[in-house]
Design a protein around this ligand. Structure first.
Ligand SMILES: [Zn+2]
Ligand SMILES: [Zn+2]
Length: 437
């Protein structure tokens, strides 16, 4: 065995086998866990569609420039975490690190601005970020999200939060809290930035190197710093909520009023931030209140400046995104119950001379809506019996030459061994009715 670049190369005689593993930070999703994924994804799609949102899927990679402009040059995502490569024609491409920039690009490019407003979209896509390895963080990860384009109204903000609240309620995720804030607009933000500069200036030499750089480029980003020694200075920083202009103040009040009317409780959070200019007004986050898994489950907010930055005309917009892997951890911690997978209705056992007829019978039953398995290994009778037992099928039948002739089957219920003779034409009906019992 030869170790080479972390991959194991095994020489076996003249055949060289290489054990290729999945790239670090990626994960296979296997059939035994997919039912949870389906439950979450299907419920999300159902909730979104009931609120009148249509699904959108954008390309897995986009021109790098889109994310540089649409996510922001100064963000960690763009500076450190993107999978960027030159294609064969030498153009810089990037695997999408988040959904909103690509969707805003698609909105502009497909002329969706000329559709009746608002345009309401949802998505279920995977994204790519080269992140430090930690539990529950993957370099390819999945997110569910919504975007509303074309409405500046506070009611659009309230509706998009309502989508989430309905989703969490129907999912059964009860230990959650909505954190709500406002980050103002280009009118009132400069005053806030001036106040931040004044606050941090005196202690800047006690703060981390990143923060010292952020102080020069964009002091708002200091508020995102996770470094321990910076926390005391961040905790005492002024809040944007005290610097909102009249219009932003009114907008925020209207969001809160609408949420009250919808019976959605929230905590006004005075320290929520977004470091980029095109984020405006409402910011929100759902956090888990479950002991052991506290932290953000979902983040969102208004981004009235984004479409314009990407070359469209001024279009107010609001949206959110949540990670499916994070959500699944939460579901497990909060012991949310899912309906069990539908069991196998029928296992058909066959002989070499009836195997192909058994395949045809299985196909007929499957097209009637049943879940059916038959032998595709050409195994012995005994081995097939064993497989039927292990399959937890509701019924089994043995398809021999006699059954081929008589078109009658002896159907055996595996839970108690009770047997019934059923004609081939009645078989599907019989099994479908048996499901209801
Ligand atoms: Zn404002
Ligand atoms: Zn810092």
């Amino acid at each position: 065995m030869v170790e080479c670049c972390g991959e194991k190369t095994v020489y076996q005689g003249r055949i060289r086998q290489m054990n290729i593993t999945a790239p670090r930070g990626t994960k296979d999703i296997l059939p035994d866990e997919i039912s949870r994924w389906h439950a979450v994804e299907n419920l999300f799609a159902s909730v979104c569609e009931r609120y009148g949102y249509g699904e959108i899927r954008t390309p897995t990679f986009e021109k790098t420039e889109l994310f540089a402009r649409g996510v922001g040059d100064s963000t960690d995502i763009v500076r450190k975490e993107m999978y960027t490569f030159d294609d064969k024609a030498g153009r810089s491409m990037t695997l999408r690190p988040e959904g909103t920039a690509g969707i805003a690009r698609a909105y502009i490019e497909n002329g969706m601005a000329s559709l009746p407003s608002p345009v309401k979209l949802y998505y279920d896509m995977s994204f790519f970020r080269y992140e430090k390895m930690q539990k529950g963080r993957y370099r390819e990860f999945w997110q569910l999200g919504c975007e509303i384009f074309g409405s500046s109204s506070a009611y659009a903000d309230a509706e998009i939060i309502a989508v989430l609240d309905t989703f969490f309620t129907e999912l059964g995720l009860s230990e959650r809290q909505l954190e709500l804030g406002s980050i103002g607009c280009p009118e009132c933000r400069p005053d806030f930035i001036t106040a931040l500069r004044a606050h941090f200036e005196a202690d800047l030499d006690k703060m981390c190197a990143d923060c010292q750089e952020r102080f020069e480029i964009n002091p708002l980003r200091i508020l995102d710093c996770k470094v321990e020694t910076c926390q005391p200075f961040i905790a005492t920083a002024p809040s944007q909520l005290d610097y909102l202009c009249g219009a932003c103040d009114e907008h925020f009040a209207k969001v809160k009023l609408a949420l009250d009317e919808l019976d959605i409780t929230y905590n006004v959070n005075r320290s929520m931030v977004r470091g980029l200019d095109y984020y405006t007004r409402t910011v929100f986050e759902y956090v888990s209140t479950h002991v052991g898994t506290q932290g953000s489950i979902c983040g969102g907010g208004r981004y009235d400046g984004l479409v314009e930055i990407l070359g469209g005309k001024h279009t107010p917009a609001v949206g959110f995104a949540m990670g499916i892997e994070r959500l699944l951890l939460e579901i497990e911690a909060q012991e949310v119950e899912f309906p069990p997978l539908a069991p196998l209705d029928l296992f058909i056992i066959s002989f070499p001379d009836t195997a192909v007829s058994a395949l045809a019978l299985a196909q007929k039953m499957i097209r009637s809506g049943l879940i059916v398995q038959t032998d595709v290994m050409e195994r012995s009778l005994k081995a097939q019996m064993k497989q039927a037992d292990r399959s937890s099928a509701q019924y089994m039948l043995v398809f021999g030459a006699e059954e081929l002739e008589s078109k009658q089957f002896l159907l055996k219920r595996l839970s108690d061994g009770v047997e019934h003779t059923v004609a081939v034409d009645d078989l599907a009906d019989y099994l479908l009715k048996a499901r209801e019992k």
